[in-house]
Design a binder for this molecule. Structure first.
Ligand code: RB5
Length: 149
């Protein structure tokens, strides 16, 4: 599976750690920056290119990190076809994929430690969408909303 990862200064260290760990586990990881730690850089500069790559299918899934994960999640969800969730527990890490076809995992680099973040990422990346009618029906309503705007 080809995945993308992005972070601002608030998630910079966690991005490096997760990138290396996920590569070691066999994932192809494309880094969308930040490539150097710059205090005060802006999460949209890195998260939006990642979200666009997810939207176009250039990567299968994305992991976006800022200090809290909130800004990254807000930015990612502005891009059509992106379904990003700010995740801090294992249940949501797989249920968000199974029920809601979540394709981007957002993490708070100042909130969620490395070990838990890696577990959450692996759970997210291992989960698959459950293509039952009610889940598809709900997503179709969101797709229609995207078309409206
Ligand atoms: C730090 O600048 C912080 O505001 C940012 O990383 C992120 O948490 C925003 O949601």
């Amino acid at each position: 599976m080809r995945i993308g990862i992005a972070a601002d200064h608030g998630g910079f260290d966690l991005k490096l750690q997760l990138s290396e760990a996920l590569k070691a586990k066999g994932y192809e990881v494309k880094d969308f920056g930040a490539y150097t730690l710059v205090e005060g850089d802006d999460y949209p500069d890195f998260v939006i290119p990642l979200a666009e790559a997810v939207s176009k299918g250039e990567v299968n899934r994305g992991i976006a990190i800022c200090g809290s994960g909130v800004g990254a999640c807000i930015a990612a969800n502005k891009v059509p076809n992106v379904r990003a969730g700010l995740i801090g527990d294992s249940y949501s890490a797989h249920q968000g994929v199974e029920d809601d076809n979540m394709n981007m995992l957002c993490l708070g680099g100042r909130v969620t430690g490395y070990a838990l973040s890696l577990e959450l990422a692996q759970i997210f990346l291992s989960a698959n969408f459950n293509e039952t009618e009610r889940f598809k029906r709900r997503l179709e309503k969101i797709t229609q909303l995207e078309k409206k705007y």
